[in-house]
Design a protein. Structure first.
Length: 268
């Protein structure tokens, strides 16, 4: 028996996204460390009177300003990425809750709704697979495509023939919940795939290179200092890695799990 489409592709896509985020973070680490080497090179190349106390004071004031701006941008990017992650995670949970509610209302409706309940259970695997594929392929996706299984379930709910006022109210509620599920899926589809604009990343890296170059410009390098600089550069690159992971909730190491939604309904 073949595993669901999402099961086959999720592991590979997770690994690719993690490798991509790691590669970008490692490149940033190398660039920051290159800034340390640049500062050390300038220290040896510049005349001694260019490295006096006045030069140090002016440089420290300028680097303090840049460091403040870098901290603000880094905090803004982390907050934005976390907001993206939380928002899309909440939307997935909302879909899960609505499917449970939809099934409970169909059960209350009576035997006439049993075929629809079976149809929902048959549709969920492809529904989940398509949602995760849409988010992974957002930049290549040309337009939103409705799932045939979801449309059949919605049409079946509309075709129900209520026998009393209670069933009429249940049918109206079922149509509303089904519409809410479709709307939430559309919101996920149109949601931004990247919360870190490239100009922000480039400018942030430039600032970090300047900051670390200034550290080594006025300091003699020894093993302890180099080790600490390496630790600081690694910490900065880890922050970028965290942003990249949080900004792509449907791929990577921190991917939102599809299992709760896939197993939301038990067998009839």
């Amino acid at each position: 028996m073949k595993p669901p489409l999402g099961t086959r592709s999720t592991s590979s896509d997770t690994e690719k996204a993690a490798v991509s985020a790691l590669a970008i973070s490692f490149l940033i680490f190398l660039l920051i460390f290159a800034g340390i080497v640049l500062g050390s090179t300038l220290r040896r190349a510049l005349p001694q009177h260019h490295l006096g106390k006045e030069a140090q004071d002016v440089t420290r004031l300028g680097v303090g300003l840049i460091a403040t701006m870098a901290a603000l941008v880094l905090g803004l990017l982390i907050a934005s990425a976390k907001s993206t992650y939380d928002s899309q995670s909440t939307q997935v949970k909302q879909i899960t809750a609505n499917i449970i509610l939809l099934d409970n209302l169909l059960r209350q409706y009576g035997p006439d709704a049993e075929p629809i309940r079976r149809g929902i259970r048959e549709t969920i695997p492809s529904f989940v697979d398509r949602m995760w594929e849409e988010k992974r392929e957002y930049n290549r996706q040309e337009r939103f495509e409705a799932l045939s299984g979801s449309e059949r379930v919605y049409s079946a709910i509309q075709r129900l023939s209520p026998k009393d006022d209670t069933q009429k109210l249940l049918q109206a509620r079922l149509i509303q919940i089904a519409s809410d599920i479709a709307q939430t899926r559309m919101l996920l589809f149109v949601g931004s795939g990247e919360s870190m604009p490239t100009p922000f990343l480039v400018i942030l890296i430039f600032w970090l290179v300047i900051i670390f170059a200034s550290f080594s410009l006025f300091s003699e390098l020894n093993r302890t200092v180099i080790a600490m600089f390496g630790l600081f550069a690694f910490s900065a690159s880890c922050g970028i890695f965290l942003i990249l992971e949080l900004s792509r909730p449907f791929t990577g190491i921190m991917m939102i799990s599809s299992e709760p939604l896939r197993n939301v309904l038990g067998p009839l």
